[in-house]
Ligand binder design. Structure first.
Ligand code: SF4
Ligand code: SF4
Length: 444
């Protein structure tokens, strides 16, 4: 490492050097040292900003749902403080938390860490958990009061109705239940600066929400969208309203960052220095009306790489977009599940690590490890062994798909509407078949 300068270390992190195995083993000490040098820089580069609700907002938003944790639900505050500090020093000013992120601890941590910075320069975003904890108007009032308290703020810059889906639920809780009127009153009182909603439903539902733009008084919409086509129809419906759009899951649960080696190489030839995640972020931020792309950052490499992506931000050209799309199509994994790893479905009463199982299966399908169709058929003996080792090590015997009893209690919680029990039946059968073939020493 003698010839590797601190700046080079940060560049290597920014270009995904840690994730793709670039041949340099960076120690934690070397990374900390490079970050300390960056912290001493009196004039750090800034991420790009754009006009948003009368102010300038960073195009990159910090999602406070995947903060580093020491154990389940215990935020690693020492590391998180450094990530947030790096982001703020480089101009990130949009911080997005919610009632149920990290079992409620995200809100408290957000308040604690952001208290150290100039409040007026920040956008603090929170959300009403209708259907995920709040049952009626009294609950909603109590939750809102506790959210302000937890976030140590007198107001939220943006406040969203969290994960609107089925219109009937919205009608019951927000309209007939009086919660929307209460929130509008909070906006008039200045405790909410801008009101909007985040969305996880179908096209018919979104149409009805957008039609109420004036009566409900929406200022902003948060949508899921990514370069692989996810959410495109919702974006196209929202764009004509002129509402500013905040994008969640621009990497589609990391899937667009974790491309296989062939795709990484093809992208590197197209624009040297831009990582796969960088391509995905730039694609999202090149779409008209998209103000902020949220990233749930949990590692140094996430925050350094993402800030670097938005340094000297230029929208992608049409030919860039066409080339990017062609590469993603060519190397797309087969049979991918739409799981984003959000963990809203957790905990499973039978101990299954739902996002862990789906994440591993998707990663293996992306890498072509599970055969050409991603169903475990046609695997080589070496791939079978590798998959079984990973399944045991990364998921664990006590939390794997075989423990699913198909109780269905996770189904209504999944914003992607995944029929988890059915998918787990398929995963379980696939794993058993791979084990059988492995034991019999089947075709290589
Ligand atoms: S359906 Fe399966 S994964 Fe979902 S909660 Fe029930 S046991 Fe857990
Ligand atoms: S199954 Fe659904 S709720 Fe659970 S982690 Fe995946 S997307 Fe989120």
């Amino acid at each position: 490492m003698a010839n590797v300068t601190r700046r080079k270390i940060l560049d290597m992190i920014a270009r995904g050097g840690l994730a793709c195995g670039c041949g340099h083993a960076l120690s934690r000490f070397a990374i900390l040292d490079a970050l300390a040098a960056d912290a001493a820089d009196a004039n750090p580069f800034k991420v790009a900003t754009t006009g948003f609700l009368g102010r300038q907002v960073s195009r990159l938003g910090f999602g406070m749902m995947r903060l580093p944790q020491k154990g389940r639900g215990v935020i690693d505050e020492e590391l998180s403080d450094k990530l947030v500090d790096y982001a703020i020093r480089h101009g990130v000013n949009y911080f997005d938390t919610a009632w149920m992120y990290i079992g409620g601890k995200s809100q408290q941590y957000t308040g604690k860490v952001l208290e150290k910075y100039d409040r007026e320069k920040l956008f603090i975003v929170n959300k009403m958990p209708g259907g995920h904890g709040a049952r009626g108007l009294d609950d909603a009032k109590d939750i809102f009061r506790r959210q302000l308290e937890a976030c140590r703020t007198k107001y939220f810059d943006v406040y969203l109705l969290h994960a609107l889906g089925d219109y009937r639920g919205y009608e019951r809780f927000y309209l007939k239940g009086g919660v929307l009127d209460f929130l509008k009153g909070e906006r008039e009182a200045g405790r909410i600066r801008h009101l909007g909603f985040s969305f996880h439903g179908g096209e018919g539902d979104l149409r009805r929400y957008l039609d109420q733009k004036d009566s409900a008084g929406w200022d902003v919409v948060m949508l899921q969208m990514s370069a692989n086509g996810v959410g495109r129809e919702f974006y196209e419906m929202t764009k004509p309203t002129g509402l500013p759009i905040v994008v969640m899951e621009p990497l589609h649960a990391g899937r667009l960052a974790n491309l296989n080696v062939a795709a990484r190489r093809a992208l590197a030839e197209l624009k040297p220095g831009l990582s796969p995640a960088g391509w995905a972020f730039r694609w999202v931020s090149s779409q008209p009306n998209v103000a902020v792309a949220i990233s749930g950052m949990s590692r140094y490499s996430d925050v350094v790489e993402n800030c670097d992506t938005y340094r000297d931000f230029q929208p992608l050209t049409e030919s860039d977009v066409a080339a990017y799309r062609a590469i993603c199509e060519k190397y797309r994994g087969a049979n991918l599940l739409p799981c984003t790893g959000c963990a809203y479905c957790a905990p499973c009463p039978h101990g299954v690590d739902i996002p862990g199982v789906f994440g591993l299966v998707n990663a293996c399908r992306t890498d072509g490890l599970l055969g050409p169709k991603g169903d475990g058929k046609g695997m080589s003996a070496a791939d079978r062994r590798k998959f079984l080792d990973m399944y045991r090590d990364k998921v664990g015997e006590k939390t794997d798909a075989s423990h699913c009893t198909a109780c269905g209690s996770c189904h209504p919680k999944c914003p992607q509407h995944i029929k988890v029990a059915r998918e787990f039946r398929t995963v379980k059968a696939m794993v058993e078949a791979i084990r059988r073939e492995d034991a019999q020493g089947g075709p290589a």
